[in-house]
Write a protein that binds this ligand. Structure first.
Ligand SMILES: *Cc1c(COP(=O)(O)O)cnc(C)c1O
Length: 513
């Protein structure tokens, strides 16, 4: 571990001195396009065009277009400067727990941009898209093999969308048994990701919360107490959102099946076990796999993502169309559900081709053994961080090994005047994107750290040394380092709640004067 004492002396001036331009070093202040240019000016210096007769039949624009006039360099700089404000996995360690921000190999991007794939049209004849179907089929083979389950729907476009897909199949299966009116409850543990209860509610299920044991995992006995003829399914994440493996998962699956329900597994954390354990062996009936977490591929900021759902034998007939099928020498996309038990179509077309390519490139690049090694390294990295911080920071469920992410709470901050939010903001001053905070809800002031397998030991050591320095400083009473943070970011502490609840998305010209 790095032996590095704080480089930060006492803070005399709360902020670095103001500059004439508002820039800080080469980190430029960036106003809005409309503030750089003017809507009544053009960015280029050319004569007005000679009047021409319009052929738009009265559809021509009558009012000014209202765009700011800028020169080409001004426009380019604007977007380049904005892009530099974007924190990314390519810029530094990104320890967001539950999000799995891992290295995206450049090769994936190159492959996803190959013209033969990138320029495909979803409606072109299948005979001209056999290569793309082959990619989908190969990806489907890898996914179903990794989970040991017979079927997969590739079309869902995110984890949450996958949950919807899996639960729609479950709802359809229950209706097919004539139990649609009576089985309307979904069991969900307290630590679940918010998308789980949201999915259940969207499909008109009611949610019954199952409490976890004091060690943060679910007991089969507790699940049994909550089961009944009204239970349609359990939605369970494994490893769970506390970074812990659900050890009674097989028993839980059996209990749910005995009671006539289905087992939906939230597979967002599959990156901890891919290549090591197979969810089909746990008794899972449906599970989404976040390609954009487990198999690299860039995400965040709204996409793109892909959330294929794998299905057990008993749920497979209800899976959505389309799916790829081999007929003789050819591959075909089965697009029609008529006359089958499939619940139909989930999305307009076939899924996120670019994401299929990235994920498959990642899988083939690593190979089966490499994927298992990646999962093990992710778990090792998280435990290295846990073991390196446990003398300073507290863990809500005791000091024991975790899976791919390590969960701390804020008990250790008690009496320091520093909150989890303050601590996270101080990390920004040190050049680190904060970890996930205040999730899962079962840990008070949660700090969830997921380093992934991408980081070298040197990178982890510097991260650990930084957190140790911060933790010691909080305990030594240097609250201003935290409550005033971030001091060095272009913007100080922003009101994130107000920004989310009352977003200002439209520029309006200020009244003159
Ligand atoms: C990320 C995540 C989801 C949702 O996945 P999206 O792709 O963001 O929709 C669901 N459950 C868990 C546990 C997650 O970590």
């Amino acid at each position: 571990m790095l032996d590095k004492t704080s480089a930060l002396g006492p803070i005399e001036d709360d902020r670095a001195p103001a500059t004439f331009t508002g820039n800080r070093g080469l980190d430029q202040e960036e106003p809005l396009l409309f503030e750089i240019g003017r809507v009544d000016a053009t960015g280029v210096d050319i004569d007005d065009a000679a009047p021409v007769g319009t052929r738009l039949g009265g559809l021509e624009r009558k009012a000014p277009i209202g765009l700011a006039g800028l020169t080409e360099p001004e426009t380019m700089r604007h977007y380049v400067r904005l892009s530099r404000k974007n924190y990314s996995i390519d810029a530094g360690l990104y320890p967001l727990g539950s999000c799995t921000m891992k290295h995206n190999p450049r090769a994936n991007e190159k492959i996803a941009r190959l013209a033969g794939f990138a320029d495909l049209h979803p409606l072109q004849p299948q005979s001209t898209a056999q290569g793309a179907l082959e990619i989908m089929q190969t990806l489907a083979d890898w996914l179903t093999t990794l989970v040991n389950m017979p079927a997969v729907a590739l079309s869902p476009k995110a984890g949450a969308h996958g949950e919807l897909c899996g639960m729609m199949a479950i709802k359809t299966a229950i209706a097919a048994k004539g139990e649609g009116a009576t089985r309307n409850v979904v069991l969900i543990p307290q630590s679940a990701h918010g998308t789980n209860p949201a999915t259940a509610a969207l499909l008109d299920f009611s949610v019954r919360v199952v409490p976890a044991a004091p060690d943060g995992t679910l007991r089969a006995e507790t699940v049994r107490e909550h089961l009944g003829p009204d239970v349609a399914a359990i939605m369970l994440t494994n490893p769970n959102t506390c970074g812990l493996f659900e050890r009674e998962i097989i028993e839980i699956a059996e209990a749910v099946h005995e009671a006539g329900g289905y087992f939906y597994c939230d597979g967002a954390n599959f990156n901890a076990i891919a290549g090591v354990a197979r969810p089909g062996d746990f008794g899972v009936d449906a599970m989404h796999i976040n390609l954009h977490k487990t198999f690299s591929t860039p995400h965040g900021g709204g996409g793109p993502g892909a959330g294929p759902v794998v299905f057990s034998e008993r749920l497979a007939p209800y899976a959505p169309v389309p799916f790829v099928r081999r007929v003789g020498e050819k591959l075909e996309l089965v697009e029609h559900a008529e006359g089958t038990e499939s619940f139909g179509r989930l999305t307009a077309f076939h899924g996120q081709m670019g994401m299929f390519l990235r994920a498959l490139a990642y899988m083939l690049g690593f190979g089966a053994e490499g994927l298992a090694q990646g999962s093990k390294d992710a778990v090792l990295s998280a435990n290295y961080i846990r073991a390196s911080l446990r003398d300073l920071m507290t863990q809500p469920f005791g000091d024991r090994p975790c899976m791919h992410e390590v969960l701390f709470d804020d008990a250790w901050l008690h009496g320091t005047g520093v909150s989890t939010l303050d601590f996270a903001k101080a990390m920004i001053d040190e050049g680190y994107h904060p970890m996930t905070i205040y999730f899962p809800l079962v840990a008070h002031g949660a700090m969830l750290i997921e380093p992934t397998e991408s980081e070298s030991k040197a990178s982890l050591d510097l991260f650990i040394a930084t957190l140790r320095d911060l933790a010691q400083s909080a305990k030594a009473g240097d609250a201003p380092r935290f409550t005033g943070a971030p001091r060095l970011a272009p913007r100080r502490r922003v009101d994130e709640t107000r920004a989310a609840r009352k977003p200002v998305l439209r520029w309006e010209e200020k009244a003159a004067g």
